[in-house]
Write a protein that binds this ligand. Structure first.
Ligand code: GDP
Ligand code: IMO
Ligand code: MG
Length: 426
């Protein structure tokens, strides 16, 4: 028994929340290990939809301890609004635990995120403007404030004063904006947030290791995805953390030897929100059809997601950098009406065929996808409950993907509901 990691294998929104919820049935704890409320993880249970940003997706089960790990950046106000939302829907959040080492997002991080995007003009990244990048930047600069700093007002003030001393002149001179007020922020964080956050603050390293040492299985829930990874993604069009499986160790405090399963979640096609290269992007009616049928608008920001065909070149890279043991393919049902379905098996660049994801950004920007075109199944899959009921063309599509990517497909989503999943290992 050990830890299972869930990672996004494309550019996010693959359905990680749904599969975390599904796998959490057999676990004791679910740990978010990176990112913050830039994530939007949707779980649909008996027609009711839960959109989670910070709280781990296992929270819907009473037996799960949901843990926000040290690698996450936490906006305490957002966290409290989310727990209040869950409580109002009858979900008990009293077991939620937050690492004292997780860094906090402050109002100035959010402002800086928006201002930096504005200054980039047409080169903007299309961030979620949640303050994620600026908060991780402070963490790297060693000027960030952690959740544990909430527990000591003197330390909190001292650290915040240092930050504002540097930040406020920048706000005034670079951005022509008012600075931030130490008293105002301290008042909100100490009086509004601290009393409610303090009971959640825990030594999450001991917590997860006690679970593992007791022989329990735990789940490490990734946000964002492999190609949004700060190191492995399409830099600079990435997020500021490591959503890949290695990040799961760093951001949760679980060493690599405990990880016995890495589930890569992939849509049966691809979407991307925000700017950046996307070799198989669709600009035609098929793309519009996928966006319509798949409701491809951000859970979090409401932005239209850019659609494209499934890309095996990307998936081979994702398999390698994550040590992926299996694939969970979601949204197969979204392709139900298509006559034919394209799958990218290689790229072409300067007359050469490339099967490995190019590390060089200018190569990636100029590749032409090489497609195999497979027949569609033209059947409604949303009521399929067993692998044996899949039409031949759908089964062939999955086998093709499996073979091209070199990783077994273990789970398949045929609808947003908790029960709309085929377990190929069952
Ligand atoms: P995450 O960020 O990876 O957790 O994914 P999101 O929740 O942002 O986006 C996935 C969307 O697809 C959500 O609205 C899910 O309810 C929905 N979804 C997940 N799996 C399936 C599936 O197999 N079929 C369909 N039609 N929708 C799905
Ligand atoms: P989940 O967990 C899709 C994208 C943003 C932008 C880039 C950087 O729901 O899959 P950031 O605000 O993180 O600095 O933005 O990353 N992005 C996501 N795209 N799903 C997400 O999360 C994302 N989180 C960030 O759109 O392109
Ligand atoms: Mg999402």
């Amino acid at each position: 028994m050990g830890a299972t990691v869930i990672v996004g294998t494309q550019w996010g929104d693959e359905g990680k929340g749904k599969f975390t919820d599904l796998l959490a049935r057999d676990m004791t704890a679910v740990v978010r290990f990176q990112g913050g409320h830039n994530a939007g993880h949707t779980i649909v249970v008996e027609g009711e939809s839960f959109a989670l940003q910070l709280v781990p997706s296992g929270v819907l089960y009473p037996h799960i301890t949901p843990v926000i790990g040290n690698g996450v950046v936490v906006d305490p106000g957002v966290l409290l609004r989310e727990t209040a939302m869950l409580e109002s829907k009858g979900v008990d959040t009293s077991k939620l635990r937050v690492s004292g080492n997780a860094h906090m997002i402050f109002p100035y991080h959010q402002s800086l995120d928006a201002l930096q995007e504005r200054h980039l003009g047409k080169n903007k990244l299309g961030t979620t403007k949640r303050g994620i990048g600026p908060s991780y930047a402070d963490k790297s600069m060693r000027t960030g404030l952690r959740i544990q700093d909430l527990l000591d007002e003197k330390i909190f003030r001292q650290k915040l004063e240092v930050v504002l001393h540097q930040l406020n002149p920048v706000m005034a001179r670079v951005y022509n904006k008012l600075g931030f007020d130490l008293e105002e922020i301290t008042e909100t964080f100490m009086n509004e947030y601290r009393p409610k956050i303090e009971p959640m603050v825990t030594d999450t390293i001991s917590l997860v290791h006690e679970e593992l040492e007791a022989g329990h299985e735990i789940l490490l829930e990734g946000a964002q995805a492999t190609f949004l990874d700060l190191d492995h993604g399409t830099y600079p069009y990435v997020t500021s953390s490591n959503p890949t499986a290695g990040g799961a160790c760093v951001g949760s405090g679980v060493g690599p030897m405990y990880i016995d399963r890495v589930v890569g979640v992939a849509k049966a096609y691809i979407t991307r929100v925000g700017a950046g290269p996307f070799p198989t992007e669709l600009f035609d009616d098929v793309g519009d059809h996928i966006v319509d049928v798949g409701h491809e608008y951000g859970t979090n920001t409401g932005r239209r997601r850019r659609p494209g065909w499934f890309d095996c070149v990307m998936m081979r890279y994702a398999r390698r950098v994550n040590s992926m043991t299996e694939l969970a393919i979601t949204k197969l049902d979204v392709l139900d009406d298509l006559d034919t379905i394209k799958v990218c098996v290689a790229y072409e660049h300067d007359g050469k065929r490339i099967t490995d994801f190019p590390y060089h950004q200018s190569v990636l920007h100029n590749v032409t996808p090489v497609y195999e075109e497979l027949p569609g199944w033209k059947t409604d899959l949303t009521g399929v409950t067993d692998r044996s009921e899949l039409p031949m063309a759908a089964a062939d599509y999955l086998s093709f993907v499996e073979e091209q990517c070199g990783v077994p497909v273990r789970l398949v989503g045929v609808g947003p509901g908790r029960k709309q999943v085929l377990d190929f290992a069952a």
